[in-house]
Design a protein around this ligand. Structure first.
Ligand code: ADP
Ligand code: MG
Ligand code: MG
Length: 252
């Protein structure tokens, strides 16, 4: 059974159809890249899976470990192991990064299974060090005054602490310089394991030089129009997206 099984998913935003019949199967241990030009529905796909109320699922199914994701509340999806690192992470004034993370980790672990505080802080310190995040970050308010790159690293920190079943990284590479990109890639690679699936949403092939995807999907106008191996990403880098659009249109 695939870890994530999406069939014919359609999503509307404010009444406009954006994702239109998207199907994909992701197995444990796999990394899939979803690529496509701006405005083709990549973030819409991710937000709909997480259950963001603005994104209305108008058709299809989405199952995580066989369970109907679309029937779950947002918190239930997170507990089931779905994780989204967002393109534009929210700032939460008044809540420290460490406290936010501890709540999130314990919510994921479920009632009666909270991580002892000391153990949590030990894990947090170790992961922050691994990710090259300043120790003072733990006590700063969530994402408040963080630079773009710091927010992205913080999302990866959340992922490392939460140990999701399926992690979706939405343009985690945007705004990162090459060194930060390598740190993020290395962290994701070190987390790769047969129990976890990863979806990397990106516009550019660059990140995929460092995180090797098992599958690459091209999203155009809310549809997956091509799937292939990592060579597809390289082809896109060289040729852009227009040739695929032309090919798709000539087949219609
Ligand atoms: P991508 O992530 O591929 O760049 P998006 O999923 O963000 O694309 O957007 C796809 C389309 O949906 C765009 O035309 C965008 O304007 C629209 N859209 C996405 N999110 C919203 C929103 N919250 N409100 C209004 N329109 C949206
Ligand atoms: Mg975009
Ligand atoms: Mg986007």
């Amino acid at each position: 059974q695939p870890l994530l099984h999406i069939q014919d998913l359609s999503v509307s935003v404010e009444g406009a159809p954006i994702v239109q019949g998207l199907s994909v199967e992701i197995h444990g241990g796999e990394v899939h890249a979803v690529m496509g030009p701006n405005g083709t529905g990549k973030s819409t796909f991710a937000q709909a899976l997480m259950g963001h109320p603005r994104y209305e699922v108008t058709g299809g199914t989405a199952r995580l470990d066989g369970k109907d994701l679309l029937a779950m509340r947002v918190d239930e999806r997170a507990r089931a192991g779905l994780f989204l690192a967002m393109q534009y992470p929210a700032e939460i004034p008044g809540v420290s990064n460490a406290n936010f993370l501890r709540l999130a980790v314990n919510a994921r672990r479920g009632e009666g299974n909270a991580l002892p505080v000391l153990q949590f802080h030990r894990q947090l310190t170790a992961k922050m060090k691994e990710l090259g995040i300043e120790p003072s970050f733990a006590e700063r308010c969530l994402n408040e005054g963080f630079s773009g790159g710091e927010k992205k690293r913080n999302e990866i920190l959340q992922m490392a602490m939460l140990k999701p079943r399926l992690a979706i990284l939405d343009e985690i590479d945007s705004g990162l310089d090459i060194d930060a990109l390598k740190v993020v890639a290395q962290a994701v690679n070190s987390m790769r394991n047969p129990e976890m699936g990863v979806v990397i949403i990106t516009h550019y092939q660059r990140l995929l030089n460092y995180i090797e995807p098992d599958r690459v999907h091209v999203l155009l106008d809310g549809r997956i129009v091509r799937s292939g191996g990592k060579e597809l990403a390289i082809q896109l880098e060289e040729r852009g997206y227009d040739w695929i659009r032309d090919e798709v249109e000539s087949l219609e």
